[in-house]
Design a protein. Structure first.
Length: 270
């Protein structure tokens, strides 16, 4: 009977082979796939905002975070199963570069195109949600603004560390999803780590490309918004440290670690 999962060593090699394809595919394909990933993560972020808008008042903060993380995991499920290019997950392309299968310049080019595509997709989705007027439901706008404000008020070092912890889990989710050979396995692989990072309060750069602009759009509709919620704090106070943290978490603790364990060519290897 065929097994429905890969071993860690097999998974690392599968990710490496996929990395060669991703890094050498046509630019137009990368652009469209990166836009889709921005949309998909925004779907999960939007759903988490709506579900947790007043949940804490009824079930407590812990259960509210669990619910938010559970529904947010939809985003990575869509990325993995439907196919899309997510900047944070593409930290795993480091394995392919470490083996010399792609150049570091090609890796940097992929990351740049993908993060810009993710940003445009997330921002466009935030605008769509703003124009939908769905935020007029009770508590939703206030909750969205509170989420965005809290993120823009994080100290640089705190945002950096939360970014590291976040993408450590995100890349492990991608790793496990690559190991799963069927749809239920991929769904479960995406669910647990993503639920854990959201419930824990870690910071994901692409999710924040939806959360914070949404709060900024809505802040103009409601009085007495916190001045900390502004575009400069979004880019410099949150997105910059969180993105750096996401790179460190994915590259060092997953990409490099599993390259070292399974792919590093030792002295004397042919």
């Amino acid at each position: 009977m065929d097994k429905n999962f890969l071993t860690p060593a097999e998974t690392v090699r599968a990710i490496m082979e996929n990395g060669k394809r991703v890094a050498t595919q046509p630019l137009a394909r990368t652009v469209v796939l990166s836009l889709l990933a921005g949309f998909y993560i925004a779907f999960g972020a939007e759903l988490a905002t709506v579900v947790t808008a007043d949940a804490a008042a009824h079930v407590g903060q812990g259960i509210s975070r669990l619910l938010g993380g559970s529904v947010f995991s939809l985003g990575l499920m869509l990325v993995v199963i439907c196919g899309a290019e997510l900047f944070t997950g593409n930290s795993l392309l480091t394995k392919t570069a470490l083996l010399g299968e792609i150049t570091w310049l090609k890796l940097a080019e992929n990351w740049l195109v993908v993060i810009l595509g993710n940003f445009v997709g997330s921002l466009f989705f935030a605008w769509l949600m703003f124009r939908s007027n769905l935020w007029q439901a009770p508590h939703v706008a206030e909750h969205a603004i509170a989420i965005a404000t809290a993120k823009t008020k994080l100290p640089f070092d705190v945002a950096l560390v939360r970014g590291i912890l976040c993408n450590w889990l995100v890349c492990l989710a991608v790793f496990m999803a690559a190991a799963a050979r069927d749809i239920p396995g991929k769904i479960l692989a995406c669910y647990m780590p993503i639920m854990a990072f959201v419930a824990s309060g870690f910071e994901h750069s692409i999710a924040n490309m939806y959360f914070i602009p949404t709060g900024l759009f809505l802040a103009g509709q409601l009085p007495n918004s916190d001045p900390a919620l502004c575009w400069s704090n979004f880019f410099l106070g949150n997105l910059l440290p969180v993105t750096l943290g996401n790179i460190i978490g994915g590259v060092v603790f997953v990409g490099f670690a599993y390259w070292f364990i399974h792919l590093r060519r030792k002295k004397g290897d042919e």
